[in-house]
Structures are given as C-alpha cells and as structure tokens.
Design a protein around this ligand. Structure first.
Ligand code: FMN
Length: 320
C-alpha cells in the first residue's frame, strides 16, 4: 500500500503505545514484518520546552524506514512548532496526531480524544501542519458515539490535508473496555479517499483477516497483542498472503526476542532508563508456565538473571 507518498510492503502497522514503542521495540517489530511504526505519544509542549527525555522518545534512524512521530496537544501553532523542531532534528517520514488518548493527563488540557469535541480546532490543527510542514501527517482517532459525527470529523481531517487516518473503534468513555466497533472504520473507509487503518482488538490471524475484510480498510494496526510478541506481524502477513498459519513463537524464540530487544536498547543507550523487568513480562505472555516466570522475574535484579528466568520457562514441565 501507499501512505504519505511512501510505498510500503505489507499493511500491518505497530500502534503507538506509551512506555512501549521506543525505538528499540519499534526496530524489533520492523525486523519481524511491521510495515509502519509509531513513537509513543509525545507532548508538543514538552518538545517546545526542550525536554531531553521527550527527544529520546522521538528519535528514529534510517533503518526504521517508514514511521511516524506521534504528537499530542491542542494548540495548532504549538503542535506545528513542535513538529518543525522534530522535523529539523530527525527528518521523520511522517507525523501523527493523537485524537484518541482518553486519560485526563492529556484530555484535561484539551488534547487526545478531547479534540474530537471541536471540529474547528481539529481542522485548524491539520491545516496549520499542512501549510507549514513538508512531512506528511496522519491522524489516529477514537470514535464518537454517533457515526455521522464521527464520519464528519474524519472528513474534516482528510480535507485539511491528512495523509491517512487510523480508526480505533472505541469511544473515549470506553477507555479500553468493551469491544472496538468495526462499523466506524468501515463507514469512514467507504466515505473517504485517503488510506484508512483499522485498529482495536486485532490480536491474531483471524481477527486481522476479519477486520480487513469487514471494513475494507487499507491496513490494520496492532497495539496490545504486539507487546512481547513481535513475530505476530510475520504470522499475520503470512496468513493474509497464504491462508496458512505458522506456529506461535516458542519459548526460545521469545527469549531470543527479549535478548535482541535488550541489545537494541543498549545500542540506543536506553537500557538504563527502562523498567526492563516489567518489559520482560510482556515476552512471557501466552507461554505455558508464564505465571511461574513472572514470579521469578519479580526477584531478578540484573539482565542475566532476567534471561535465566526464561531458561526455566523453556524447560518442559514447568508448574503452571
Ligand atoms: C499501554 C498502552 C499505551 C498506549 N499509548 C498510546 C499512545 O501513546 N498513543 C495512541 O494514539 N494510542 C495509545 N494507545 C492506544 C493504542 O495505540 C491502540 O489504539 C489501542 O490499544 C487499541 O488497539 P489494540 O486493541 O490493538 O491494543 C495505548 C494503549 C495501551 C494499551
């Protein structure tokens, strides 16, 4: 598919995930077939304040290929100014604007899903970006409880120059509860011309196939199911191409992925600032005996003991 003028192979995107999609994790997912990756949401105010931690969250490299830096905020001028700083510093292939975060830390200042209340402000944000940046800008939105209002705002985003829209079919008040309603992405896809990416509750080959077939969307985006399981991208791509499933990652593969992740964190000098014990927990999800390993991980205090916890898991007959 094409997005923002880039031809990409495949159509499976890694979602922006706060405290998860750092550059190391994004590269790991790219190595396993993610077509497009996004940084976690980054405050436009923090960029303007020159916060060094914020810049680390935004960094990318050539090897990452097509990716987007996701920004949140509610001032068209400030979001554009922050994007220009990051454009200058990192030349990212894309930016993405967060119109989905449901949490007060973001919505109390009018950002994230709070933007969906003001069509005019959304229009100003995308027009301002479009007029002042050369980098393409996409949007990631939640839905309003009403299809007409949701399609209207998606159309405003398209008309104001966005290059693509990701639709997470939950309302702000649902947070992460209930189910993601595919009807919205389907309707938006049928009404708009830019690429539409469907997101929400896609966790395996069959939910991916269903979401694409039902909505007719151009691509799909995976969040939670990709945490600790970067090979999910390869599995879904393979299934979409051939109709056949490959076996899920084995314990040894998960351990190798964790080691690879740690090496990438080291390469970008990020290991010291991560809670690696909690990140290691992601890699146990869905594995037989994962409870036992999670208990062991709670007491592991250096990298080699973290990896050793997996050695225990990779042995057969571990207590459940
Ligand atoms: C831990 C976590 C962090 C998230 N951080 C962001 C974020 O920074 N920006 C964003 O647009 N969405 C964020 N989301 C929402 C996801 O990108 C995605 O829309 C949502 O999880 C639904 O997709 P899924 O069912 O595949 O997880 C986050 C979700 C989770 C669970």
């Amino acid at each position: 598919m094409k997005i923002g003028g880039y031809s990409i192979s495949g159509n499976i995107f890694l979602a922006p995930l706060a405290d998860v999609t750092n550059i190391a994790y994004r590269l790991l997912c790219k190595q396993h077939g993610a077509s497009v990756t996004y940084t976690e949401m980054i405050s436009s105010d923090a960029v303007l304040n020159g916060n060094s931690q914020t810049f680390r969250r935004a960094m990318t490299c050539k090897e990452e290929g097509v990716m987007g830096i996701q920004l949140f905020g509610n001032s068209p001028e400030k979001i554009t100014a922050a994007a220009r700083i990051l454009e200058e510093r990192y030349s990212p292939p894309m930016f993405d604007i967060n119109l989905g975060c449901p949490f007060p830390v973001v919505t109390k200042n009018g950002g994230g899903s709070a933007l969906l209340r003001s069509v005019d402000l959304v229009q100003d944000i995308f027009m301002n970006l479009n007029e002042n940046l050369t980098t393409p800008v996409s949007a990631k939105m939640r839905v309003l409880g009403n299809t007409d209002a949701t399609v209207r705002i998606a159309r405003v985003i398209e008309d104001a120059g966005a290059c693509a829209i990701t639709v997470h079919g939950r309302t702000r008040s649902q947070k992460y509860g209930g189910t993601s309603d595919l009807e919205y992405a389907k309707l938006i896809k049928s009404e708009l011309s830019i690429p539409i990416i469907v997101n929400g509750d896609i966790r395996d080959e069959h939910s991916a196939e269903h979401a694409l077939a039902y909505t007719g969307c151009d691509g799909l985006m995976i969040g939670r199911a990709a945490m600790g399981d970067p090979r999910l991208f390869d599995r879904i791509s393979y299934y979409l191409e051939t109709g056949e499933c490959i076996a899920p990652a084995t314990c040894t593969q998960r351990r190798d992925d964790l080691i690879n992740y740690v090496e990438l964190l080291e390469r970008f000098d990020l290991l010291g600032s991560m809670n690696i014990r909690s990140h290691a927990q992601w890699f146990t999800r869905g594995l037989d005996g994962s409870r036992k390993v999670r208990q062991l991980l709670n007491h592991a205090d250096d990298m080699s003991s973290i990896i050793e916890c997996f050695d225990v898991l990779c042995e057969p007959n571990v207590d459940q």
